[in-house]
Design a protein around this ligand. Structure first.
Ligand code: ADP
Ligand code: MG
Length: 596
């Protein structure tokens, strides 16, 4: 077989396969070039998710006409003055992006160096399509039109304009977070999606791009070990979200999605968060170039550390230190050891209930309720929503015998969070929020199975502000969400209007519910229907419809909750897999007091 040198246009196309997979990756290359050019402001305009056009305008150093020609040649870069690749501090240096993009699109560069005239050059799918003088302020404007229009094999793999748009927002958001000194704007089909001005401090920049409440619900991370530093903003464990998408990680100023780093973040929060909840954060790891290779793959965002163990240790240690400092503001870590002698709920089925010695599993119903009607328990479910809460009053009404109830009789509440009950064989403590959340989920499942969830109209429709991709995702699911009792409407580009919520949730936290659902939708494949993901969606809803920790319950309410737990399958564990109740048997109590 004879070996032949590939013609330039083919080489560029092959490179394009690696560097520009989709509009967002082309956009990333262009914005990175603007950052490398020393821009103070970068304005991005895209149409149809970048599929029909991407334009990036900067006020950076600009290029002279001869440089524009070179910039479009393969492996031509201004960023490696000598051969020291390890010492590179710019985002680019391969000199591949512009020629690659120009080989699969119609690309125009207009550029002007301060004090000189502007010039433009247009390359359409690898062919020169025009050049000449151009009028523009100092800086560079690059326009990419019809990406992959003539490469059907690639175009076929692109997703909808909506998901391409979401990816473009993500790219600009991450780069804007890395560089709070630069102002960024992003407009999509002439609607503004991002606008941040230059010279912001890091916390405000991160908050502006993620969640305006982050500033009040986070701790600053500032941890140094020798030449390595870890800085940023870490959300309190209680400020968590349903997906891990709100973790922004940077290595030497580059946005990365590195598995080692993501794992370390998980580990740091491990015993403070449920398995399916994720912190919000932006973390910046800076280390000498010889300790990390950020160029494992031109478009991929993985990095390679020389000493992965050291980096992992720093992240876990740094986050822990910062969160510990937050002290009482953060959620207490559960002391697992202390539970040694407690019987823990979570067996899942009624047969796992503690059974009085010698008896078969029997589930007695409250006094006055003629016969156990397990199937109809929904008819008499107590609603926890109404009634101004009295303090747990001393039980004035005749108190039923503890013996009749596996979960016992409520004796009081501690920390407005736990119900303390006396059972015939011991002391039971119930986490009211976890337990109620589980009950709501089970009710929801039954309602869905029985053909529909009833809704309750809000007195005043509520407006929930979200970013545009999140609204797009919710809008696409309006029909399915409505079947679950949640009535939404699009309300302008970046807000949803909530008209009704599932009745069994009560008047909960509508904002939080919609935000979490949008996250939930972002986390799964577009191909799945909500029905297929019913459990997750219902769990998200249930969480928002539940009795919160911190609410004072009346004795009647507490007892109603206990009774419902007794007849609800899976009520021993909450939707996050934690136990909803624990029990200390009489035997154990006696042992603890040295009586046995
Ligand atoms: N917005 C810009 N402003 C000034 N110069 C630019 C800009 N974009 C690209 N260039 C020049 O074009 C060259 C090639 O860009 P590119 O193909 O992205 O390769 P790289 O960024 O790896 O050098 C850059 O090295 C830079 O000199
Ligand atoms: Mg570049």
């Amino acid at each position: 077989m004879s070996i032949r040198r590939l013609p330039e246009h083919l080489v560029n196309r092959i490179a394009a396969g690696e560097v520009v997979e989709r509009p967002a990756s082309a956009l990333k290359e262009l914005v990175e070039n603007s950052i490398d050019a020393g821009a103070r402001r970068i304005a991005v305009n895209i149409s149809e998710g970048g599929l029909s056009a991407i334009e990036v305008v900067d006020d950076g150093c600009g290029m002279e006409p001869a440089q524009i020609v070179l910039a479009l040649e393969r492996h031509a870069t201004s960023k490696l003055p000598d051969d020291a690749i390890e010492a590179v501090t710019t985002l680019g240096f391969r000199g591949e992006a512009l020629p690659s993009i120009a080989s699969v699109a119609d690309l125009t560069i207009e550029s002007r160096v301060r004090g000189a005239d502007g010039w433009y050059r247009r390359i359409d799918h690898g062919e020169l399509a025009g050049e000449g003088p151009a009028a523009l302020p100092p800086g560079t404007r690059i326009r990419v039109a019809h990406l992959f229009a003539k490469v059907p094999a690639r175009r076929k793999f692109l997703r909808s304009a909506r998901s391409e748009y979401a990816a473009c927002v993500d790219v600009v958001r991450r780069l804007a977070m890395a560089r709070p000194d630069i102002g960024f704007s992003l407009e999509h089909d002439e609607r503004r999606a991002i606008l941040v001005s230059p010279d912001e401090d890091r916390v405000s920049r991160v908050a502006a791009l993620t969640d305006k409440d982050l500033a009040d619900n986070s701790v600053a991370v500032d941890f140094r070990r020798e030449a390595i530093s870890l800085t940023g903003v870490a959300g309190l464990p209680t400020f968590n979200r349903g997906v891990a998408d709100h973790q922004y990680l940077f290595v030497n100023g580059r946005p990365v999605k590195d598995r080692l780093l993501i794992g370390a973040v998980r580990a740091a929060y491990q015993d403070m968060l449920a398995r399916d909840r994720h912190p919000v954060m932006a973390l910046f790891l800076d280390l000498p170039g010889d300790l990390v290779d950020v160029n494992v793959h031109p478009a991929k965002t993985e990095v390679r550390f020389r000493d992965p163990g050291l980096i992992r240790g720093m992240i876990v240690g740094g986050l822990r230190a910062a969160l510990d400092e937050a002290g009482h503001r953060s959620v207490q870590r559960a002391s697992v050891a202390g539970l040694g002698s407690w019987q823990v709920g979570g067996g899942g089925s009624p047969s796992a209930w503690p059974v009085p010695a010698g008896g078969n599993p029997t589930y007695s119903m409250p006094v006055g309720d003629a016969a156990p009607r397990q199937g109809n328990v929904w008819d008499r479910v107590v609603d926890y929503v109404p009634a101004p809460m009295a303090r747990a009053e001393a039980s004035a009404a005749p108190v039923p015998e503890p013996a009749s109830f596996p979960m016992g009789v409520a004796r009081g509440q501690i920390a407005a969070t736990y119900i303390v009950a006396e059972a015939s064989d011991g002391l039971v403590i119930v986490d009211q929020h976890a337990a109620h959340e589980r009950l709501v989920l089970e009710r929801m499942r039954r309602a869905m199975a029985a053909g529909g969830v009833s809704r309750q109209a809000l007195l005043l429709p509520e407006v929930v502000e979200l970013d545009e991709p999140a609204c797009d995702r919710l809008e696409a699911r309006i029909g399915e969400l409505s079947e679950m009792g949640l009535d939404l409407e699009r309300f302008g580009p970046r807000a949803m209007l909530v008209r009704a919520t599932p009745a069994l949730l009560g008047q909960g936290d509508v904002q939080g519910l919609v935000v979490d659902l949008a996250d939930e939708l972002a986390a799964y494949d577009e191909a799945l229907s909500l029905k297929e993901r019913l459990d997750h969606v219902a769990a998200t809803m249930a969480c928002h419809g539940s009795v919160r920790a911190g609410r004072t319950l009346s004795v009647a309410e507490m007892n109603a909750l206990l009774r419902e737990m007794e007849v609800t399958p899976h009520s021993g564990q909450c939707n996050h897999g934690r136990p909803t109740w624990i029990k200390l048997g009489h035997d154990e109590i006696e042992k603890l007091f040295g009586r046995k």
